[in-house]
Ligand binder design. Structure first.
Ligand code: FAD
Length: 494
């Protein structure tokens, strides 16, 4: 055997799992499709990133109408977390049960929040999350405190926080995996959607993978796309074949390629015995694709400037949980600061006007839950990835945006405009290999083990049964730690 465990993908799921398994001393091989992101002149170049798409992959997928598009899905060591906004937020307690939304009722998880709490705590320690658990009334029970205090508000954000409180809202600090001084030493920009080529963001590479690679028994091979997973006659997975043709044998395989690519890999691995793809007896692989419903909401006062550099320090969960007279609407958090260049590239406004607007705007990110729907799916069309995302629960999102706009006017911003995020960026993709107890309905069990192949695990965003309305990375990391403990105890114990 070439390795005791092969992990496919070094993003949030794969890297965190590697950190969890490293102390077992077993030979762990991480196969990553992409290369290391190296420092470059484009790292903080707004025009290169947001206008020219300098870091976007050279790849196209089909959409639901069979039109080609270039997805904002990143392939490099550390996966999408290299570009993330580093908001590391726990799902709320209620998110694990069935929840009645305007667009339908979610299925609920096979585990409750208490079963994941300790892993959330460990994940927050690994990713050095800065936050304050007492800040937000919707924050679920924490058995310990955040490792570090929140990232401080800039002066104009402190003023915004006061205005929001005066308007009757409960602004709280976003839990963040950011080392502020390290980030700002690389340039005076925000971090959201910028590549992390230094140590400013605590991401899958700088935290999970770095921890794993301290152990001699862990090896990373970058630039190694896995083409298929091999299954033997008994139904056990036996190894992987790389795009370059090489075969690697291993008694334990973990897929952590991200929700779209994990589904594509499982489907592509179809053979005579498993014509619909492996791990797919339930026919759920690729289905239930979710990606939050999101809008940018810009609030301005013509005579007040927003001089913030990074801005992304506060969030609102006032509309998150159901109340007696209202269904859940979602989370609101600050975007990284929008600049004139970003606004001009995305709105078509002339540059001079975009600059004036961006100098005054406070930029919010309104995010509502997308519900699982088997028809919302990733499939392969002659080997080409097709992403037919069927948005759901849109009424909740429009209500969230409307409610937020009215509150922002109340908080002293006469001009409030909004725009939905475009569909080509599946930043919060999840659900395509969902977790659940019933093998007829779900792909993996509550420890991320395939119902069909006992030595195959899936440890990334694909297993999330619901998208909630908070950013997914911390939950992916917590699930990876839980899966890691289970794998160590059941598969790697002497
Ligand atoms: C701009 C942006 C901002 C975001 N902000 C936040 C945020 O603030 N908070 C948050 O929680 N989340 C955020 N996210 C989402 C977060 O980054 C993802 O949820 C998370 O990284 C998903 O982890 P994953 O392990 O499922 O997949 P990924 O991180 O995508 O990792 C998958 C890895 O597998 C590799 N891979 C794919 N196919 C193969 C193959 N065939 N063979 C080998 N390797 C393969 C990929 O190259 C990649 O490295 C953001 C995402 C983006 C793009």
């Amino acid at each position: 055997m070439d390795a005791d465990v092969v992990i496919i993908g070094s993003g949030m799921g794969g890297a965190t799992l590697a950190a969890a398994l490293a102390p077992t001393g077993r030979r762990i091989l991480i196969l990553e499709r992409g290369e290391h992101l190296r420092p470059s002149a484009k790292d903080r170049d707004v025009a290169a990133i947001f206008r020219d798409g300098a870091f976007r992959p050279n790849e196209v997928w089909l959409d639901g109408s069979d039109r080609l598009f270039n997805p904002g899905n990143y392939y490099n060591v550390g996966g999408n977390s290299k570009f993330y906004g580093a908001a590391l937020i726990r799902y709320r307690d209620a998110d694990f049960g069935p929840v009645a939304h305007l667009g339908g009722t979610t299925p609920g998880w096979p585990i409750g929040y208490p079963e994941l709490e300790a892993d959330y705590q460990t994940a927050e320690a690994l990713y050095q999350v800065r936050g304050n658990a007492a800040d937000d009334p919707t924050e679920p029970h924490h058995s310990g405190s955040y490792p570090l205090p929140p990232v401080p508000d800039e002066p104009d954000m402190a003023d915004l926080r006061k205005r929001l409180s005066q308007a009757g809202l409960n602004p709280s600090s976003i839990p963040l995996g950011v080392d502020l001084s390290a980030w700002l030493s690389g340039g005076q920009t925000t971090w959201d959607a910028y590549p992390n080529t230094g140590r400013g963001k605590l991401d899958a590479e700088t935290s999970g993978l770095a921890m794993a690679l301290r152990h001699d028994n862990v090896t990373l091979r970058a630039g190694c796309p896995v083409e298929t997973i091999n299954v033997d006659q008994t139904g056990r997975v036996s190894g992987v074949r790389l795009s370059q043709g090489e075969t690697i044998a291993s008694p334990l395989i973990v897929v952590a390629a991200g929700a779209v690519q994990t589904a594509a890999l499982l489907l592509r691995s179809a053979n005579e015995k498993y014509p619909a793809g492996i791990a797919n007896r339930s026919d759920q692989v690729g289905r239930n694709f979710m990606n939050h419903n999101c809008s940018a909401v810009l609030a301005l006062h013509p005579f007040r400037k927003n001089r913030s550099v990074y801005q992304k320090t506060l969030m609102l969960n006032d509309f998150y949980l159901a109340t007696n007279d209202r269904a859940p609407l979602g989370n609101v958090q600050m975007l990284g600061k929008i600049t004139g260049e970003i606004l001009a590239a995305h709105s078509g406004l002339p540059h001079w006007l975009a600059k004036q607007v961006a100098a005054r705007s406070f930029d919010f990110y309104a995010m509502s839950e997308d519900l699982p729907n088997p028809e919302s799916r990733v499939s392969l069309c002659n080997g080409q990835i097709k992403l037919d995302w069927r948005r759901s629960n849109w009424a909740a999102h429009t209500r969230l945006v409307k409610t937020l706009k009215s509150k922002l006017r109340q908080a002293g911003f006469p001009v409030v405009v909004s725009r939905p995020f475009d569909r080509r960026t599946p930043s919060h993709q999840c659900g395509t290999a969902r977790m659940g107890d019933d093998p007829a309905q779900c792909v993996v069990d509550s420890h991320c083990r395939s119902h069909d192949h006992r030595n195959l695990f899936i440890v990334d965003a694909s297993v999330l049964p619901t998208s909630a309305a908070v950013n997914p990375a911390l939950t992916i990391a917590a699930l990876a730690l839980r899966a890691g403990r289970h794998i160590a105890a059941t598969e790697l114990a002497d």
